[in-house]
Design a binder for this molecule. Structure first.
Ligand SMILES: Cc1cc2nc3c(=O)[nH]c(=O)nc-3n(C[C@H](O)[C@H](O)[C@H](O)COP(=O)(O)OP(=O)(O)OC[C@H]3O[C@@H](n4cnc5c(N)ncnc54)[C@H](O)[C@@H]3O)c2cc1C
Length: 303
């Protein structure tokens, strides 16, 4: 069967897009490999109505609600290629299936590359964190650190004292400029220039960091920026254009979340410079509505 739309990625953005298409009574296939970006966190925060729930539970309930619409089908697999096909698109899955649709929605998310310091990965989402709005409250009043990994790290360090006493670890690279230094001082942020070389404590707990000069500094949670990468090469295969974001490239889209390839829509972290579950869900809604309206108004993708 040729679907009206294939949604690749069945998380916050993909399920939000699929919901709009399903409610417009369109035939939708959701393909999901089941590895959302926040799977490392025990609970999600700041997402309206879902406070403190495990990410898996949020997504399972959303998938159940989307799947209740009779025109929706799900497949748990990885989409390994996508290409134009007969005025629409064909998607091939790792398991060998080939599916076709008039429209594609890419909601494939991002992959995080952490700074290469021993002990970071096993604490990711627990005591090594990217976003104070997502997890700062839970580590409030601990000794907090910001490990510089980005030109915006000094800016992040100036925010963190709202959650606890803060040390900014420059890693010997991201020295604050005069204005940043003044702001950090005004906010009571300590600055350490000797690089952090190891994280200490029984993971996922964090007790302290070891510096390259041998000193040990007590830290109960560490914020850091990751480098982000597309979780899937499909957008590149399709020839979609990208823009540079603060942490990595993201898909260029118009106001209706259509990419630069006609008929290919995109939502969520993969198509935004700002990342959280609410923003991903909102842009997924827009991608679903955009895809539906292009179908309803019969704006055909380029051959
Ligand atoms: C550790 C951590 C904790 C976080 N905590 C919070 C929080 O508390 N609150 C908050 O608002 N935000 C939080 N975030 C941010 C949040 O996780 C993301 O903004 C959100 O997951 C983005 O949703 P998405 O649908 O765009 O992508 P994702 O949730 O990453 O989902 C992408 C989906 O697409 C699938 N996929 C990818 N490629 C393919 C393919 N080729 N074929 C099939 N399926 C594919 C993946 O398996 C995945 O299921 C956190 C992020 C991290 C890293």
């Amino acid at each position: 069967m040729r679907y009206d739309a294939i949604v690749i990625g069945g998380s916050y953005a993909g399920l939000s897009a699929a919901m709009q298409l399903a409610r417009a009574r369109r035939r939708v296939l959701v393909i999901d490999a089941g590895v959302p970006r926040n799977r490392f966190a025990k609970a999600a925060h700041g997402f309206f109505g879902q406070e403190n729930k495990p990410p898996r539970a949020i997504l399972q309930e959303a998938a159940r609600q989307v799947g209740a619409y009779p025109t929706v089908a799900f497949v748990q697999d990885e989409a390994v290629s996508a290409e134009p096909d007969a005025g629409g698109f064909a998607v091939t899955l790792a398991g060998g299936r080939r599916e076709t649709a008039a429209r594609l929605v890419l909601a494939t998310g991002l992959r995080d590359e952490l700074p290469p310091i021993p002990g970071m990965q096993e604490r990711w989402g627990a005591t090594v964190l990217h976003c104070p709005y997502c997890h700062g409250y839970e580590v409030g009043d601990r000794q907090l650190g910001v490990l510089a990994n980005h030109v915006m790290s000094a800016h992040q360090a100036a925010l963190i004292p709202d959650w606890g006493p803060t040390t900014y670890f420059t890693q010997g690279i991201f020295e604050p400029d005069a204005e940043q230094a003044e702001r950090l001082a005004a906010r009571g942020v300590k600055i350490e220039r000797s690089p952090v070389v190891a994280l200490l404590g029984k993971a996922p707990a964090l007790d302290a960091v070891r510096l390259s000069d041998g000193r040990i500094v007590a830290v109960g949670a560490l914020f850091t920026a990751t480098k982000t990468h597309m979780a899937s090469p499909l957008a590149e295969q399709l020839g979609c254009a990208f823009d540079d974001g603060p942490l990595g490239a993201y898909l260029r889209t118009d106001a209706w979340k259509q990419t630069t390839v006609t008929g290919v829509y995109a939502g969520g972290d993969a198509a935004s410079p700002m990342h959280n579950a609410t923003l991903a869900s909102a842009s997924g809604v827009m991608a679903g509505v955009g895809a539906h309206q292009s179908l309803a108004l019969e704006i055909k993708p380029a051959a």
